[in-house]
Design a protein around this ligand. Structure first.
Ligand SMILES: *Cc1c(COP(=O)(O)O)cnc(C)c1O
Length: 472
C-alpha cells in the first residue's frame, strides 16, 4: 500500500508532455530539429522514466532521474540526428579490414569523385556522338591496356561478378571445378552455392588436396559448358597438395572449345614479389596463361572501390553486357568514377605504389614506420605517468581474404596502462569521438603504424593521452 502511494507521487513528479513542450530548452530543440521528433523522444524518455519508477527499489534515485529528463531528451534527439557512419582510425595493422571498409580511397580520388557526382556527368552519354554511351566505357580501354584483355565490365562486387559470369556462360549446364577450390569466401559466400544461384550444375573433380589435369578431362561431357578455377586466396593447403596450373587447363579448354573462367578474388595488377610479398597471380598472368575470363574484387589488393571487375574475351564480355542480370547489379556513378581513377594510377606502377593507399601501406618502409612510432611515443610522454609506452616489432597482415599466410614486419606503439586494464583502454579508444580500433594482446594495447593514414597519428596521440589522463 505504502509503495503504491509513493509510486503515484513519483509518477506525478514526471512533467507532462505539454509542460515539457513549454520548456525553453525543449523549445530550442524544436527550433533546431522538428517538433514531431522531439515529441516522440519526450514520449520515449518519459516512458522509460515511468518504467524505471515502477521497477525501482531505490526511491532515493528517482528525483535525480527526473531532473535528468531534459538532458536525456536533448541527447536522444541529437543521437537520432547524428550521422552514423564515421571515419575510424585503423590501428589493427590489417590493411584490407573488411569490417572497416576494406580499401580506403585517396583524398585526390575522393575530390574527383565529389566533382563528378555533385554535377551531371557523361556517365552514360557519348559526348562526341551525342548519343547514349556505356558506363563501362570510361575505364574499359584502360583496363584492357593494363591487363591485356580484349574487353572489360564491372558490377557491384566480385561475388556478383561470379554469378554474372556463370549465369551468362554456363546456365543450365555443367561447370567443372576442383574440390580443392570449393571455398567459402566469407559472409556465407560459398562457391558451390553461388554456382547454384547462377543456375549452373557443379561437377566436382579431384580431392580436397589433389586435383590432376586428367580429373578435369575425365569429367568433360556434352553437357560441360566451362572450366572454373577459383583462386583460394583466403586459405592455403600446405603439404601433400597439387592443383592444375591455369596454363595446363587453358590447353585443355582450347582442345574442347570451352571457356576457362578464373575467379582471382584479389585483383593484383603488379608483381608483389618486388615489394617483399609472396607471389600472387596477377590478372595479366592469368590472361596470358590462357584464361578466357578473369574476375576480381575492386576493393581488395587493387585498392579501389567495391566492385567486381570482369575482363577477358570480347565475345563473352559482350554476352554479359546483354544479360538482363547486369542491369540489376550494375555499378553506380561513384564506382565508375573511382574505378577510372584507380586504373589510371596503374598506368605507371611507381605511381600506383605511392598514390593508392592500400599499396602505399603495403609498401611503407620500416624506417618510416619506426619514425612514426618514435614520434608517437614522444608525444605520449605527456601521459608517461599513466602507462608504459614503447615501440615494438609487430606483424601487419593484408586481410580481406588476401594472402592469408602473409605477414609484413611492422612497428607498433605498445601501451600498458597503469590505471586501467588494456581491455578498458581499447574500449575507451573505440568509443571516442574519432574511434580508434586497436589490438589487445594480454595487458598490452598495440597500435600498428602501418595502417595509420592522413592525420591519424595526431588523432591517436591526442586520444590516447586524453584517455590515459582520464580526461574523457
Ligand atoms: C573475396 C573473394 C570473392 C568475393 O569478392 P567481393 O568483392 O567481396 O564480393 C570472390 N571470390 C574469391 C576467390 C574471393 O577471394
Amino acid at each position: 500500500m505504502d509503495k503504491n502511494i509513493n509510486t503515484n507521487t513519483n509518477y506525478r513528479s514526471i512533467p507532462k508532455v505539454d509542460v515539457l513542450l513549454e520548456d525553453s530548452e525543449i523549445q530550442a530543440l524544436i527550433a533546431e530539429y522538428d517538433r514531431n521528433t522531439v515529441v516522440e523522444v519526450i514520449r520515449d524518455k518519459t516512458g522509460e522514466l515511468r518504467s524505471f519508477i515502477q521497477n525501482s527499489t531505490e526511491e532515493a534515485l528517482i528525483p535525480e532521474k527526473v531532473s535528468a529528463l531534459i538532458p536525456m531528451i536533448k541527447a536522444g534527439v541529437s543521437q537520432l540526428y547524428a550521422y552514423h557512419m564515421k571515419p575510424v582510425v585503423n590501428g589493427t595493422g590489417t590493411i584490407l579490414h573488411t569490417n572497416l571498409g576494406r580499401a580506403p580511397i585517396s583524398i585526390a580520388h575522393a575530390e574527383k569523385i565529389k566533382e563528378i557526382v555533385t554535377s551531371y556527368s557523361n556517365l552514360e552519354y557519348h559526348l562526341e556522338k551525342g548519343v547514349r554511351g556505356e558506363r563501362y566505357s570510361h575505364f574499359e580501354e584502360l583496363v584492357c591496356r593494363i591487363t591485356g584483355a580484349e574487353a572489360a565490365i564491372a558490377v557491384n562486387n566480385n561475388a556478383a561478378a561470379v554469378i554474372l559470369i556463370l549465369s551468362t556462360l554456363t546456365k543450365g549446364r555443367e561447370v567443372i571445378v576442383s574440390r580443392g577450390e570449393l571455398v567459402e569466401i566469407g559472409g556465407k559466400f560459398r562457391i558451390p552455392d553461388v554456382m547454384e544461384q547462377s543456375g549452373s550444375k557443379l561437377t566436382e573433380v579431384g580431392t580436397t588436396n589433389k586435383t590432376h589435369l586428367e580429373d578435369y578431362e575425365n569429367a568433360i561431357t556434352e553437357e560441360t559448358s566451362a572450366l572454373l578455377k577459383v583462386h583460394t586466396s583466403n586459405y592455403k593447403i600446405v603439404g601433400f597438395s597439387e592443383s592444375v596450373p591455369i596454363s595446363d587447363l587453358a590447353e585443355m579448354a582450347e582442345k574442347y572449345d570451352l571457356p576457362l573462367i578464373e575467379d582471382l578474388g584479389s585483383g593484383v595488377l603488379i608483381d608483389l614479389t618486388k615489394y617483399g610479398l609472396s607471389y600472387e597471380p596477377t590478372v595479366q598472368d592469368s590472361l596470358k596463361q590462357g584464361a578466357s575470363i578473369v574476375c576480381f574484387s575492386g576493393d581488395k589488393l587493387l585498392g579501389g572501390p567495391q566492385a567486381g571487375i570482369i575482363v577477358g574475351k570480347k565475345e563473352y564480355i559482350d554476352q554479359m553486357k546483354r544479360n538482363p542480370l547486369t542491369r540489376a547489379i550494375r555499378i553506380d556513378k561513384f564506382t565508375a568514377c573511382a574505378l577510372e581513377l584507380v586504373f589510371q594510377e596503374y598506368l605507371n606502377e611507381k605511381n600506383a605504389i605511392k598514390k593508392i593507399p592500400t599499396l602505399e601501406m603495403i609498401n611503407r618502409p620500416l624506417e618510416q614506420l619506426n619514425r612514426m612510432a618514435e614520434q608517437l611515443v614522444h608525444t605520449l610522454q605527456a601521459a608517461a605517468e599513466y602507462a608504459e609506452i614503447s615501440v615494438e616489432d609487430c606483424q601487419s597482415q593484408l586481410g580481406g581474404g588476401s594472402l592469408p599466410m602473409e605477414r609484413i614486419t611492422s612497428k607498433a606503439v605498445v601501451v600498458v596502462p597503469f590505471t586501467m586494464t588494456a581491455a578498458r583502454l581499447e574500449k575507451r579508444l573505440r568509443k571516442s569521438a574519432r574511434p580508434i580500433i586497436v589490438r589487445v594482446m594480454g595487458d598490452k594495447v598495440h597500435i600498428d603504424m602501418r595502417t595509420l593514414i592522413k592525420d591519424d597519428l595526431a588523432v591517436v596521440a591526442d586520444e590516447v593521452t586524453a584517455v590515459l589522463k582520464g580526461e574523457e
